[in-house]
Design a protein around this ligand. Sequence first.
Ligand code: URA
Length: 224
Amino acid sequence: METTLKETKNANLTILSHPLIKHNLTVMRDKTTTTEVFNLALKRITYALFYESTKFLPTEDIKVETPIKKTTSKIISKNIDIIVAPILRAGLVFSDIAQELLPFAHIHHLGMYRNEKTLEPIWYYNKMKGKFKNPENTYVFILDPMLATGNSGYDAVHNFVKQGIKEENIVFMSLISAPEGVERLSKAYGKIRIVTAQLDETLNEKGYIVPGLGDAGDRIFNTL
Ligand code: URA
C-alpha cells in the first residue's frame, strides 16, 4: 500500500516513517475505532508531525545559568512571527498541541468547506488583525489532517503568499496525503514544505483519500 510519487517536483515533501506512527495510523483507519481512541491516536502522531514541521525554525543564542555554570543556549528566534493556520473544521484537532508547543504563535483560523460537486473550497471565515507586520520573517504552519485534492490547501497557501510570506517559510502539515494533493500544491508552490505521516494511494470520485480513514472531521468530532 506504500505509494511513490512519480512526478512530484517538490523536494520538500517529508513523509514520517516510524513504527509508532504507523501503528497509531492503523488504529485511526479502522472504521470500528471510537472517537475517543481515534483522537488519542491522532494526538500521539501530532507531536511527531509538529517536531518535524518546525525543525527549520531559526534559533538564537541566549545566556543562561545552570546550577553548574553560566553558558549559552538556544531559543526560537525572537525576531520571527509564527502563524498557525488550522483549516476548519478538521484542522482544529491540531490546535491544542500547536499552542502547547508554540505558545507564542498567532492562531489564524481558515474557514472553508468544500462544494461536494466541484470539490472546490468555499470560504466562510478568514480574519486576522495586524499579524503580518514582518512578512519576510513570518513562518506559517497550515494544518489539515487530510491533504486530498489540494484545492483548499492551494487557497490556504495562496492566502499567505499573496501577503508576502515566503513559500519556503510555509509548511503544510497533514496526517494523510493523496499524491494528487501533493502534486497540486507542489506544482503551484514548489518551495513550500509538506510534512505528512502517510502518503496514500489515490482519491475516489468523491475526493476522499483511498484507503484513508473516511471523513476526518466526522471521526474527530463524532458527527458520523
Ligand atoms: N477530507 C476528509 O475528511 N477525508 C478525505 O479522505 C478527504 C478529505
